[in-house]
Design a protein around this ligand. Structure first.
Ligand code: ADP
Length: 221
């Protein structure tokens, strides 16, 4: 029997650890990680037209328009490296995006949806501590104390992680993104995991959850 592709969607509030966990999972399983926040930050860094459109909205902690985001992800999912699957981080963020993703997935196998749950006080602590490289934009793992381990650039706070913006981003999450948990929760391939644990423990639970869900999909794990 032919195996289905492994199409993973990561859900969770800002600071839940989606980026770290999707990076690890994608690397271990040889899948492309598609992080819409990274795509937008790269566009801002490169000063492209998309970057100019997105910068103000991102800095204010609001969501970039659905049409723009659906276009970006639709194009990315046409690339051949996604035929065996992918890990999506940061998309969908609205019910309109989730509906569009279902349309894109026609004949591509089911989605495995992982919702990482973390209490709000822990999220606020994590976002206050989060740093990225001011030169190349990569997320700084905890081991990097002052300089980027990739390019030597200085580590800085993300503009949208500053006080005053974070509370608004969590509100945007509750109002616009949380409803997609209801959208997916009745599917047999939906799993919730506890993200308020050490990163390696979250990695192991996520692996186990996806392995179990992919039995339902006839997937590759
Ligand atoms: P976090 O890691 O905190 O969840 P991201 O790095 O994924 O944040 O995204 C940063 C910002 O990029 C968001 O606050 C939003 O402005 C924009 N963005 C990313 N993905 C989307 C999306 N699917 N729809 C709308 N805006 C998005």
């Amino acid at each position: 029997m032919a195996l289905n592709p492994l199409n993973v969607v990561m859900l969770g509030p800002p600071g839940a650890g989606k980026g770290t966990q999707s990076e690890r999972f994608a690397k271990t399983h040889g899948l492309p990680k598609i992080a819409t926040g990274d795509i937008l930050r790269e566009a801002v860094h490169a000063g492209t037209e998309l970057g100019c459109i997105a910068k103000k909205t991102m800095d204010a902690g609001q969501l970039v328009g659905d049409d723009v985001m659906i276009g970006i992800v639709g194009d990315r999912l046409h690339r051949p490296d996604t035929t065996t699957g992918f890990v999506l981080d940061g998309f969908p963020r609205t019910v309109a995006q989730a509906t569009a993703l279902d349309r894109m997935m026609a004949r591509r196998g089911p989605l495995v949806v992982i919702d990482i749950v973390v209490p709000e006080d822990a999220l606020l602590r994590r976002l206050a501590a989060r740093r990225i490289c001011g030169s190349c934009g990569v997320n700084a793992p905890i081991e990097w104390t002052s300089a980027c381990g990739q390019c030597g650039g200085a580590l800085v706070h993300r503009t949208d992680d500053r006080d005053g913006i974070v509370a608004g981003r969590l509100q945007v999450y509750h109002r616009q993104t949380r409803p997609i948990v209801e959208f997916y929760s009745a599917r047999p391939t939906f799993r919730t995991i506890d993200g308020n644990q050490p990163p390696d423990v979250v990695t192991a639970s996520m692996d186990a959850a996806i392995r179990e869900a992919s039995v339902v999909t006839g997937g590759v794990l």
